[in-house]
Design a protein around this ligand. Sequence first.
Ligand SMILES: [Zn+2]
Length: 465
Amino acid sequence: MRLNPILVVLCLLLVSTDCYPQGQKELPSADLIITNAYVVTMNEGKDIFPNGAVVVQGSRIVAVGGAEIARNFKAARTIDAQGGIVLPGMVNTHTHVSMTVFRGLADDVPDRLRRFIFPLEKMMVDRDLVYWGALHGSVEMVQAGVTTYADMYYFEDEVARAAKEIGIRALLGETVIGFPSPDAQTPAEGIEYARKFINAYKNDPLVTPALAPHAPYTLDAQQLRTVGEEARAMDVPVLIHLAETTREVETVRKLSGKTPVEYLDSVGLLDRRLLAAHCIYVTDSDIELLKTRGVGISHNVVSNIKSAKAVAPALRMFDLRLRIGLGTDGPMSGNTLDIIGQMGYVAKLHKLVNQDQTVMPAIKVVEMATIGGARALHMEDSIGSLEPGKLADVVIIDNDSVNMVPMYDVYSSLVYAANARDVRTTIIHGRIIMENRQMKTVDVEKIKAAVRSISKKIAAAAAKL
Ligand SMILES: [Zn+2]
């Protein structure tokens, strides 16, 4: 088809006039504007803009508000959210992402930790498994609107490599444990491994390296003290499992006469660097101590009830304004890595435990899933809510799927009706990582094939146990 040159010139004039009407040439430029959005900011005032917009420049949010703010910027790219919910990216405050390769193995079997997990980890965990497992699990999180996660495992440099490849934000703790592990024979070797990892990623925009002493009962007091000293010297966060089982409480009491929380305080680990997973068996004075010390807490309710433990006093901790967020735990314990799947359980279990249908309302649960998670990671100044100046970690959730219609209360819809597949688009650090359910940074089929291949070797090894 031949184009009429006069028509082409006319069309170009019309387009340019449309894009740059008079007086708008001086508008500040933006990289991305999300329009036609039901914006749920999760800021201090819990502001909502039912017909709103979010403006992103580089890695940061520069404006959030009603539809009119979009007119103040000249955008390189606009995404029409089609009325969908625009929420800060969710934070998974505790996982072992690479364990996706073990998901579903030996579920419902007694003492699976000692019978299956520890022996299989000893035999199978290497760089390759950690890398592919982390890629796979990170895809699952991005697809579910998780934009930041906290991880504790081995070969964390491989987890970091996977996180960077996908473009997801991660707080990664290299494990230090009192017996030979897949990447260190001793705690001293574990710290040495961590030191190299920390130096390699210290100033990375996406990855925050950390130390992860496994638990109060898998390291002795001196080893725990050493980890604390190293963390202070390197100025990095510390991740740990804490007050998770009655067995742990008994062991620590026999050892020290203290609760696990008091014990960690006595070895100098209870401070603002610490992110403690579980905190199920905590006393009132433990809760006060956790609050005073500014410790972050990860509430992993689905994993905890699947292993028939108990429900942590998360409502009390939230109401007392502790730094508490939601976590999935590893996929061998909790099976899934998405936070949307946790939210309904959190709301309902705390109602059941407290015998009160009014407690743990949906808005508190969404707070824990977003800004609460950011507080738990001590990262609330940069992520967790949609506010100018914060990093652009933003998700768009479809509210046109059958389960999301009608929508009277956005928090209720998110907590009681949404599922992970309702997440349509995920933006991390200003970069579109998934758009309209399509991953932009990695080949999902290739990752699944690698994980299936690793799982065949694991199944063969497990059959001999
Ligand atoms: Zn864990």
